[in-house]
Write a protein that binds this ligand. Structure first.
Ligand code: GLN
Length: 298
């Protein structure tokens, strides 16, 4: 009888320890890549009834799905505030961040970025009858930005006063309702908002706003999802990729680009690798199937 109790206690102990490990890993399983995003950034990520990944849709979601497919893993989306994304990455809550995130030196200090996959710029959204024609015209105007976006840093650098909103959609409502004069935001998202709301237009100022590039962020300590270019010189790895592509049949390099109507063509070049001694896994998004759903969005 005693033996049975001992056995039961042992089993109970094991079960407890296993659940503790599961809790430590945030309940993550090894076959799932958890992507953090902020689904408030159309056409890159937004909530939709039948999204590419559950309720999440958009270009980034298609990319995430394709990365998962290429690596033979499930993909899970953690939707959170844009400001919290890099923190979530650093504390292991998510494996990667895909959120139309601009690669900037400060962020690149904290996390590793993939090869850039989209070139954007900040633009100004104004009412159709606005007199704002260049960034300097914002000087005496009521400016709205979105908290933590690069648009906020740009306006801050210009030393203009502004109000920061948590969501792009809230900022646009402020403009539509005449409570502000201008919203500074990324170009493709601006295009989407202007298309969806009457009476708005986009004003560009290439001199005031330099171009930005989006990248997928991973934790610097994450050896499983590491960006090859940052590991050892871009050109070396480019040359290596050509070699390994032809050499490896089981991990082919899939490359595709989003050819959209206009300049908003998203070039998707991802090169995530598995750590040595595992073979290189090149997953160049994105498949024709997902492209179909994102093509019309840009
Ligand atoms: N590209 C901008 C940034 O990185 C905005 C990104 C976003 O809102 N998802 O700050």
């Amino acid at each position: 009888m005693k033996k049975i109790w001992k056995k039961l206690a042992l089993i109970a102990g094991c079960v407890m320890m296993m659940s503790m490990f599961a809790a430590c890993g945030g309940g993550k399983d090894e076959n799932t890549i958890v992507f953090g995003t902020n689904a408030e950034f159309p056409p890159f990520e937004f909530v939709a009834a039948n999204g590419v990944i559950g309720e999440y849709d958009g270009i980034d979601m298609a990319i995430a799905k394709n990365i998962g497919d290429a690596l033979g893993k499930n993909v899970k989306i953690e939707n959170m505030e844009f400001d919290s994304l890099l923190l979530a990455l650093e504390n292991g809550q998510v494996d990667a961040v895909i959120a139309g995130m601009t690669i900037d030196p400060e962020r690149a200090d904290a996390v590793n970025f993939s090869t850039p996959y989209y070139t954007a710029k900040q633009v100004m959204i104004v009412k159709e009858d606005s007199t704002i024609a260049k960034a300097a015209d914002m000087a005496d105007k009521k400016i709205v930005v979105i908290q933590g976006y690069t648009g906020e840093s740009c306006v801050k650098e210009m030393k203009y006063e502004y109000e920061a909103f948590k969501k792009g959609s809230e900022a646009i409502m402020e403009l539509v309702n005449g409570k502000c004069d201008v919203v500074v935001i990324d170009s493709a998202t601006a295009k989407k908002y202007v298309g969806d709301n009457e009476g708005l237009k986009i004003v560009e100022d290439a001199e005031a706003f330099s171009s930005e590039e989006y990248g997928i962020a991973v934790n610097k300590k994450n050896t499983e999802l590491t960006i090859r270019e940052r590991m050892a010189g871009m050109w070396f790895w480019r040359a290596m990729s050509i070699f390994t592509t032809s050499a490896m049949i089981c991990a082919p390099r899939l490359s595709a680009s989003l050819n959209t109507k206009e300049e908003a063509a998203a070039r998707l070049r991802f090169s995530l690798i598995a750590p040595p001694p595992l073979p290189f896994l090149f997953c160049h998004s994105t498949s024709a199937k997902s492209l179909l759903s994102v093509k019309e969005m840009v």
